[in-house]
Each structure stands twice: as structure tokens, then as C-alpha cells.
Write a protein that binds this ligand. Structure first.
Ligand SMILES: NC(=O)c1ccc[n+]([C@@H]2O[C@H](COP(=O)([O-])OP(=O)(O)OC[C@H]3O[C@@H](n4cnc5c(N)ncnc54)[C@H](O)[C@@H]3O)[C@@H](O)[C@H]2O)c1
Length: 342
């Protein structure tokens, strides 16, 4: 059943981040009132440039683990979107304890408050949850939401991100089961788009920055690792469709797009579309992530559950997605991408 179209009072944690700021814009465009909460640890004020001028928007700079600040905000909302997180494998590999503790403190406070005030709740989880399941099990099967998870040893810090996001999922599902929280979880697969920055690890913005500066694109490892990337607009559409329903409590959905592509092919496409002639360079994982690191070779989502619940499927090509990102890059160079001949 759908409640799409009814204005709601929404809270977006991590609202100054990449995905959060796009969600804020979409919720405002749909006529909702939105409060964004962010501690600006990786977020940026410029991401909220559109929203700040909107009469239905408020911004609170705070840590979501601060219950005193958060209680009145939660008490006054209908929908709570929890995106605030230390994000990604690189940040986890470099600052594992901060990633774990920041996310645990945040989910602890947030779930206590939403359990008390009962807004509809969404948690953004990650494809990292599946770990290296497909590499170990083998084959080319897509990962369904009930697939087994396979992680490496605890001495490999990258797995702390998967571990803490799994705990966030467990806690959220427990609150649904034990206290009736109307909670839905989305597992996002490599979301890319404008406003994403490469400094904390994501591949595509880093590749695009390097290509537009006509510097060689740095590929870690062999470049044969394959992922399924998802354009931000598609992720936001899927999220808003799911949270517009009132029958998704206790459910988990994969959100993923584009066919699997290797990092080598992503780099070559970025060079082609941007006009970069600098090529690529290969660097061992150790240079980026330190001594003990393990990568995942292949990950692909089964999105049939999302499609059957919402009728929404994602079928953009990686070429179209990269073209859109390069065209909207704030510092387009390489002769403005050959005078827009992309
Ligand atoms: N980008 C992706 O491809 C991807 C993939 C899977 C899952 N996700 C999930 O999506 C969500 C958003 O990711 P993103 O890519 O927009 O990352 P991001 O780093 O751009 O945004 C995260 C935001 O959370 C804020 N934040 C962190 N801890 C906070 C705290 N304790 N209190 C208040 N604010 C805090 C940061 O300042 C930042 O603005 C995260 O939950 C992440 O795990 C992202």
C-alpha cells in the first residue's frame, strides 16, 4: 500500500553527505518538510546549497549520538532516514575503531528514540554486508537479501565496516521484531553521482578527478575486480518508493544497478568519455590500505525483490552514468570535455 504524495515531516541523518543531500532534495521536491542532521565529519555545506534556500528545510549540526539534541527532532517526525555513518572500506581500513564506535553510538541513540516515538524508519546498509560471499562460494549468482555472509579475519580492518553495518541491521530488525518498529533496510550497491568525493575511498569520483586533471588513473590491485554501480537518482527513487509504502516493516531490499564491470573497464571508459590521454597506472593494495588488506573480486545484487515490491528496475548503462557524472563535475577540464562532444 502506498502513502506517496502525502507530505511528511522527515529527518535525514547524514543529510550533508553525498546520498543524504540528494535524498533531502528529493523529499523537499515531493512537498515534505525535512530536517537534516549532520556532524560534518565527512559532509559538506555545499551539498545542501539547494536545500538551504527552501522554506521547508532545517539543518541541525550535531552528532546523532547526542540524545538531548535528537529527542525533540525524533519526537516531531513521521519518517526517519538514518544515513549518518562513517562510510566505506578505505575509512574502515584506516580508522577502524572510529568507524565502529561512531556507527554503534549513532544507531544506539537513534533506535532508542525511534522505538519510543515510532516514526517510519529507514536504515541505509551496504553491499559490503555480503563480504566475499561470491568469491568463496564461486559461480556468478547474484546476491539475494537472504544470502549467507562471508567475511575475512578480524585482523583485516576493512571487515569492520561490514561488521558494524551488520550489527546496525541486526539491531534494527530486532526493534521491528520486539517492539513493532516500522523499519525497512536498504542495502546500497556502489552508489555514484554528483557530489560524491573520492578522498575516503570511492573509486569513480577518484577516477574522474584524475582523468579530468589529465593525470593517470590509479587502479589498486589487478583492476579485474568487478562491481555493479548504481546512479544516485535511481537509488533515491528506490528509497522514496520503499518509504512511501506502509507494508515494508522488517524487510531488507537490495538497491543496485548497472551490469557488473571491472575497475579496468571503468577506468578505460572514464578516459574515453573525459578525453584523458594520461592512461592508467597500477598500484598494489598495500600502498593504499596498508599491509593487511583483502579485496572482493565480484559482487552483484539480485534486485528481484525491489522490482516485485515497487515495479522499479534500474537499467542504465555505465557509459550513460559516467557521462552524466563527468558532465556535472564542478571542475570540468580537458577542454571542457572536448567542447561537450561526449
Ligand atoms: N556511497 C555508497 O556507495 C554507499 C554504499 C552502500 C551504503 N552506503 C550507506 O549510505 C549512507 C550514506 O553514505 P554516503 O555515501 O552519502 O556517505 P557520506 O560520507 O557522504 O555521508 C555520511 C554523512 O554522515 C555524517 N555523519 C557521520 N557520522 C555522523 C554522526 N555520528 N552524526 C551526524 N552525522 C554523521 C557525515 O558527516 C556525512 O555527511 C551510509 O549509511 C552508508 O553506509 C553508501
Amino acid at each position: 500500500m502506498s502513502t506517496i504524495g502525502k507530505p511528511a515531516r522527515c529527518v535525514v541523518t547524514g543529510g550533508a553527505g553525498f546520498i543524504g543531500s540528494h535524498l533531502v532534495d528529493a523529499l523537499l521536491a515531493d512537498g515534505n518538510h525535512v530536517v537534516a542532521v549532520d556532524n560534518m565529519s565527512t559532509g559538506s555545506a555545499t551539498n545542501l546549497g539547494n536545500a538551504r534556500a527552501h522554506p521547508n528545510f532545517d539543518f541541525v549540526e550535531a552528532d546523532v549520538a547526542d540524545a538531548v539534541v535528537m529527542e525533540p527532532i525524533v519526537a516531531a517526525c513521521d519518517r526517519f532516514y538514518h544515513l549518518a555513518s562513517y562510510v566505506g572500506v578505505k575509512l574502515a581500513a584506516m580508522s577502524s575503531s572510529q568507524t565502529i564506535l561512531n556507527n554503534l553510538r549513532a544507531i544506539d541513540t537513534v533506535l532508542a528514540l525511534v522505538s519510543r516515538y515510532k516514526p517510519r524508519f529507514l536504515l541505509t546498509s551496504t553491499s559490503e554486508i555480503y563480504g566475499k560471499a561470491l568469491d568463496v562460494v564461486g559461480g556468478s549468482d547474484a546476491l539475494a537479501e537472504d544470502a549467507d555472509r562471508v567475511y575475512g579475519a578480524t585482523e583485516i580492518h576493512r571487515w569492520s565496516y561490514a561488521g558494524v553495518k551488520a550489527v546496525e541491521e541486526f539491531l534494527t530488525l530486532a526493534k521491528h521484531h520486539e517492539e513493532g518498529l516500522d523499519a525497512v533496510i536498504v542495502r546500497l550497491f556502489n552508489i555514484i553521482g554528483p557530489r560524491q568525493v573520492g578522498r575516503h575511498g570511492p573509486v569513480v569520483p577518484r577516477f574522474v578527478d584524475q582523468a579530468l586533471a589529465n593525470e593517470p588513473i590509479t587502479i589498486y590491485g589487478t583492476g579485474e575486480q568487478r562491481r555493479c554501480f548504481t546512479y544516485i537518482d535511481d537509488a533515491i527513487d528506490a528509497i522514496t518508493l520503499l518509504t512511501g509504502r506502509d507494508d515494508t516493516g522488517g524487510e531488507v531490499f537490495n538497491i543496485g544497478g548497472c551490469a557488473p564491470i571491472s575497475m579496468r573497464d571503468v577506468a578505460e571508459l572514464v578516459c574515453e568519455i573525459s578525453g584523458s590521454t594520461a592512461g592508467v597506472t597500477y598500484v598494489p593494495y598495500e600502498a593504499a590500505y596498508g599491509k593487511k588488506f583483502e579485496d572482493v573480486q565480484y559482487r552483484m545484487p539480485d534486485t528481484s525483490k525491489l522490482e516485485s515490491w515497487t515495479g522499479f528496475s534500474i537499467d542504465r548503462s555505465m557509459r550513460d552514468v559516467l557521462t552524466a557524472i563527468i558532465e556535472q563535475h564542478p571542475s570540468r577540464t580537458i577542454a571542457q570535455v572536448r567542447a561537450s562532444d561526449v
